[in-house]
Design a protein around this ligand. Structure first.
Ligand SMILES: N=CN[C@@H](CCC(=O)O)C(=O)O
Ligand SMILES: [Zn+2]
Length: 414
């Protein structure tokens, strides 16, 4: 029997439109429907309108009254590292005392610190740890999350992280898009042997990840002192040959040319971009690479924010994501991210919505299925407790998500 759900009388339904990333000036053009309802059948949006017959046909227990509230597409957090062992609270405080992220990394802390704890953790421990994070994400309105490996940097642990994410999909409602980030740092056992480590990933790890369909994307931390442009190009080119779609951590700490490489390789997304050059921004815009910006990381690292305004004005498709991880930004606060984007990065509220929904979906190659409230799309929805989307930045830093719907079912109520 058809399972129906009616979201009725929403003060506003606010959504970007389309099946692909929205670029440049179009990012602000969200549709706003007032006092309309959404009819869902078997997890798919089948109508948006104000047909009085719907209320009569659908049992009251399958109706959600959204009067005085705002409905948005479920948020897509397209860049996280949420499966890891241990914490790095000390490092956070060292940074506040003046040590830099790279200083800590060069002294054997940072990613290597989490690598050790992740290697030691059992699959079940990682599951328990991650379930708690996923629950918090859902409460913030995140209905799809991308998660990366990269805290193993050896065969067993990289696969363990990816398998954990696969198992987590069955245990809770948030959809998980898996990314292989074996090239997250050079592990101590390969110190100063970057080439050999890249070869090891390409030859010994990637084929299993591909064969077992453990990841859809491959990513690399392309950065001065981590992986060079040439090493990143070699890894990503091999990854594409093995069937992966591509992502890149680019120009995070210094201007390095990662954005240009993303353009050259036509990566699905290039992420961070705090120090992307003019030519890099142009390369992203010209090649349809989603520019994924991670404001909470810049905030936690006390670094300048990415040039969101300039990117949008140059025709880029910008996405916003939390980069939730134990080091550079141990926060998955969507309200904080929106506040930073609107207050400090010059994005409008409408652009921030597009960035967090349809463009986030494009950054994980799912814009044809999710990311907007449109007939035919999967019914992943967020209901805010206020009558306008403007409350998202205005009620600054506060979580105003009241109800979350995944695949046409209520999965969270505040
Ligand atoms: N910059 C590289 N990777 C992560 C941080 C990982 C960590 O510090 O544990 C990021 O995207 O910010
Ligand atoms: Zn990252």
């Amino acid at each position: 029997m058809t399972q129906r759900l009616l979201i009725k009388n929403a003060s506003q339904i606010v959504t970007p439109k389309g099946n692909s990333a929205v670029r440049g000036a179009d990012m602000k053009d969200v549709a706003i429907y007032e006092n309309q309802s959404i009819l869902i059948e078997d997890g798919t949006i089948v109508a948006i309108g104000d047909n009085p017959a719907w209320e009569k046909e659908i049992p009251t227990e399958r109706q959600v009254d959204a009067k005085g509230k705002t409905v948005l597409p479920g948020f897509v957090d397209s860049h996280t590292h949420f499966v890891f062992g241990g914490y790095r609270a000390d490092e956070f405080l060292w940074r506040m005392e003046g040590m830099s992220y790279m200083d800590i990394m060069e002294r054997g802390g940072g990613i290597a610190n989490t690598m050790k704890a992740t290697r030691e953790a059992s699959e079940d421990e990682l599951i328990t740890h991650s379930l708690d994070f996923l629950k918090k994400m859902l409460a913030f309105g995140i209905t799809t999350v991308e998660g990366k490996s990269g805290y193993g940097m050896d065969y067993d642990t990289e696969l363990k992280q990816l398998r954990v994410m696969k198992r987590l999909e069955e245990l809770q409602p948030v959809s998980i898009v898996r990314t292989f980030l074996g090239a997250h740092a050079v592990p101590p056992s390969y110190k100063d042997r970057n080439d050999e480590f890249i070869d090891f990933l390409i030859r010994d790890v990637m084929p299993t990840v591909a064969k077992e369909k453990l990841a859809e994307f491959c990513d690399v931390f392309c950065e001065k002192g981590v992986f060079s442009i040439e090493e990143s190009r070699k890894l990503l080119t091999a990854a594409r040959e093995q069937g992966f779609k591509l992502k890149i951590h680019a120009d995070e700490i210094v201007t390095f040319g990662g954005s240009e490489l993303a353009g050259e390789l036509k990566c699905t997304s290039a992420d961070h971009l705090l120090h992307a050059s003019e030519a890099g921004i142009k390369a992203l815009a010209d090649n349809g690479v989603v520019a994924t910006l991670l404001p909470t990381t810049a905030f936690c690292l006390k670094e300048p924010y990415a040039a969101a305004r300039k990117m949008i004005d140059s025709g880029c498709a910008v996405a916003l994501a939390t980069d939730f991880n134990p080091g550079s930004g141990f926060t998955n606060s969507v309200p904080l991210m929106i506040a930073l984007a609107v207050i400090y990065m010059g994005m409008t509220a409408e652009e921030a919505i597009t960035a967090l929904t349809l463009n986030g979906a494009a950054a994980v190659d799912r814009a044809d299925r999710i990311g907007s409230v449109e007939v035919g799309k999967q019914a992943d929805l967020v209901i805010l407790q206020y009558p306008s989307y403007k409350f998202l930045p205005y009620h600054t830093g506060v979580n105003i998500v009241e109800t979350v719907i995944k695949n046409g079912e209520i999965v969270h109520r505040a």
